[in-house]
Design a protein around this ligand. Structure first.
Ligand code: F0G
Length: 466
């Protein structure tokens, strides 16, 4: 490995972090019910729990905060924000929400009737939860390769058009409120969808009178992979590819906490005026006035500045290179990671790492615990705990992918932090046979259970042989 290009920024302000002892971490993790989600961030050394809202803002963004217009209605900051979203994503109607799931709630309430069906390229927990809460059933129509951790398909976020056609044929277009597409696909490990495939999805859906909505949380990282991998796009800029991805779709839900380099915020982008008016009405009920949607004026200013920075080639190149550096080091040391390496995270295949444990012991949750105990590094489970229970049968869902996600916040950690993580994850992998027990729920919440769940080692004091 030759590492990655020097970061296109320098550090202007620092936030101290603290290393802890193993004994301290054992106490902290037990108090957190063996769920890294419930740890205090002070007890975490390198926090790779998520790339959502954990970004470092630039000096330009911090100074934009000072321009926040905090008027309740019609704030100037809203129009700055609206213009930035329109210019870079191309949607006529821009409706602010406090974060992605706020937008998912509104869109689901606007469009879903009980008993309907939503096809999509793999689920995301909050997206599917809102679809299910409104009475729809989600159908995964992603290509089979997405479920195979070692398959190096360049666009593992692509939709299998045969599967999409089959869902339309089985339930009828009138029972499908929309097709739900993500760019990149988080639960597949940050895997992109190609522009060509998205265009085909649009054609098929529109021929059946079905709209297509895009989850744009990480569409810029998707645009990078299109530029690098998709024939015909090598000379297009990230900004041009982003517009091309959105152009095919009828609207988008955005969690600005990812690509847009901020700590909070989001929006719904729409083309249809009637739907936009309906969505604004619901934003008034659930988020805030339709010109702030749960954000402060300053948040909208920071997003507008962040959007402009997020499409800069140097930024995206350095961001993806950092992910590749971590993933490359793990891969080269024999740690099973999802390939190709994704846009925002490196995913350690927990089923392969802990192949000696049953999946009913929640192997990715167990691996997350082991990595925290080893080094104070926090990742997140993306497997059976995240997948929840089937709403009809009540049984645990065991998705094909079961992994520990190490998500990298943008512009936050340096190469030495990344190497520290790599060294320690490699060591956990080398000593994986010491992990002899999985985890069992001691408390299981009904919705999005991974956030608040508590566990205990299944049949012993600890997950290790000792
Ligand atoms: N869509 C995708 C693809 C996401 O990754 C997330 C959040 C959301 C929607 C919801 O947005 O958090 O702003 O309400 N993902 C975070 C993560 C939580 O860690 O992957 P939100």
């Amino acid at each position: 490995m030759t590492g990655y290009p020097p970061e296109p920024w320098r550090v202007k302000m620092v936030e101290p972090i603290r290393a802890t002892t193993r004994e301290y971490r054992e106490q902290a993790l037990r108090a957190a019910g063996w769920n890294p989600c419930l740890l205090r961030s002070e007890d975490v050394y390198v926090d790779l729990f998520t790339d959502s809202g954990t970004n470092a803002m630039s000096d330009r963004q911090w100074s934009a905060l000072m321009r926040g217009d905090e008027a309740y209605a019609g704030a100037r900051s809203f129009y700055v924000f609206e213009e930035a979203v329109r210019a870079h994503y191309g949607y006529e109607h821009v409706i602010p929400v406090h974060q992605g799931r706020g937008g998912e709630n509104i869109l689901s309430r606007c469009l879903i009737r009980p008993g309907t069906h939503i096809p999509g390229n793999m689920y995301f927990p909050s997206t599917r939860a809102h679809q299910e809460l409104n009475g729809a059933t989600f159908h995964d129509v992603i290509i089979d390769e997405a479920h195979d951790p070692s398959c190096e398909h360049p666009f593992k976020g692509d939709v299998d058009l045969g599967k999409l056609r089959a869902v339309i044929a089985e339930f009828g277009p009138e029972s499908i409120p929309y097709v739900s597409i993500a760019a990149t696909v988080n639960m597949a490990g940050g895997q992109p969808i190609s522009v060509a495939n998205l265009a085909e999805v649009g054609e098929l859906a529109h021929a059946n009178g079905i709209p297509v909505f895009l989850d744009t949380a990480r569409a810029i990282e998707n645009a990078w992979f299109v530029q690098q991998r998709e024939p015909g796009w090598a000379n297009a800029s990230i900004a041009e590819i982003l517009l091309a991805l959105c152009a095919v779709t009828d609207g988008a839900v955005m969690s600005s906490k990812k690509d847009s380099l901020v700590n909070i915020g989001g929006w719904i982008g729409l083309r249809d005026s009637e739907l936009a008016e309906k969505a604004r009405g619901l934003v008034l009920l659930y988020e805030g006035l339709h010109t702030y949607g749960g954000m402060a004026g300053r948040d909208m200013e920071a997003i507008a500045a962040g959007i402009a920075e997020s499409v800069e080639e140097d930024h995206v190149r350095a961001r993806i290179a950092q992910v590749e550096h971590l993933g490359g080091r793990l891969r080269d040391a024999g740690v099973p990671v999802i390939l190709p390496l994704g846009g925002h995270c490196v995913c350690v295949d927990a089923t392969a790492t802990l192949s000696h444990l049953p999946r009913t012991g929640f192997t990715a949750q167990t691996l997350a615990a082991a990595v925290y105990l080893q080094a104070g590094v926090r990742g997140v489970e993306r497997g059976a705990v995240s997948a929840g229970r089937d709403p009809v049968t009540g049984e645990n869902r065991f998705p094909p992918l079961e992994f520990l996600r190490l998500a990298i916040p943008r512009r936050v950690y340096t190469r030495s932090h990344i190497d520290y993580v790599a060294d320690n994850v490699i060591e956990v992998h080398q000593r994986r046979d010491d992990i002899v027990r999985g985890l069992a729920f001691t408390y299981e919440p009904r919705h999005l259970r991974f956030f608040q769940a508590r566990f205990a080692p299944d049949g012993g004091e600890t997950i290790f042989a000792r």
